[in-house]
Write a protein that binds this ligand. Structure first.
Ligand SMILES: [Zn+2]
Ligand SMILES: [Zn+2]
Length: 273
């Protein structure tokens, strides 16, 4: 007979591959900063966690400090990661840093936060919505996915974050999404990259998983592997809405999630199916 542990909220989804311990400023990695994340992970049944701070805060990342954290927490896999985006101001330096530290990194997320307006992330809520209202939404989507393909082809990422972030404010294209995204998913497949299932969409105005059901269907057909992630900006958000995610995965028949060590991907069965 199996003993169930009431404190384990989501035994099947044991990983979180998108987290921001530094939040939105440079905060040097230290045990003080990071240990609460590990404690929260343990409490939620998450045994494999990737720290993926924004590349603009790469100055705070300290690989030796991550080694110390690993020594203290042998039961948890702790991955050194980063979220590399397309910020016109900072991503040049970010790319350089990723190249320099490639060997010490386990995992690199690629993302697009900037469209044609170079000084404002389109996903800022609510201000970023102004980049959409009154504009041709199909054109914005095409432009967004073109930028995704650029980062997917950069040879610097293992996985794409929040693949349809462009829907964040609820603006939808007229063209079917499967059509709009096909070339991008084809490239992701041919580059052997993963995409994430991000519960963050559920706490944003769009209130929908990233990516949408329509994109998921095409991605599954192309056998693209998935990570699971919360995009937590505080340890309290780790594994947020994972029960709901497990249900969604079950509906779509997704039974494997992937984890990374030194950019090497491994697919692991979950109980979610
Ligand atoms: Zn992001
Ligand atoms: Zn993020």
């Amino acid at each position: 007979m199996q003993v169930t542990q009431p404190s384990t909220l989501n035994p099947q989804l044991f990983a979180d591959y998108h987290t921001h311990p530094q939040g939105h400023r440079v905060q040097r990695y230290s045990l003080q900063l990071l240990q609460p994340w590990i404690d929260a992970a343990r409490g939620k049944g998450i045994t494999d966690i990737a720290f993926t701070d924004h590349d603009r805060y790469h100055a705070g990342i300290d690989f030796d400090e991550l080694d110390r954290l690993r020594e203290k927490n042998p039961g948890i896999k702790i991955r050194a990661g980063i979220e590399l985006d397309n910020d016109p101001k900072t991503s040049g330096a970010g790319r350089k840093w990723v190249k320099q530290n490639w060997e010490r990194l386990d995992f690199v997320l690629g993302s697009v936060h900037y469209l044609s307006q170079p000084d404002q992330m389109f996903d800022s809520v609510p201000d970023g919505a102004r980049q959409f209202s009154g504009h041709d939404i199909d054109e914005i989507y095409s432009d967004y996915f073109r930028r995704i393909r650029e980062i997917a082809a950069s040879d610097l990422v293992d996985c794409l974050a929040h693949l349809d972030l462009v829907k964040i404010h609820g603006y939808r294209p007229c063209t079917p999404i499967a059509e709009l995204v096909d070339e991008t998913l084809e490239l992701i497949r041919s580059r052997n990259l993963a995409i994430e299932l991000s519960t963050a969409g559920w706490r944003k105005p769009v209130k929908e998983l990233y990516p949408s059901d329509g994109i998921l269907t095409v991605a599954i057909k192309k056998a693209i592997p998935f990570t699971v992630a919360s995009d937590a900006h505080s340890w309290a958000q780790l594994g947020e809405n994972y029960e709901r995610l497990a249900q969604k995965m079950s509906v779509f028949g997704i039974r494997e999630i992937c984890v990374f060590e030194k950019h090497r991907r491994r697919e692991v069965m979950t109980n979610a199916g």
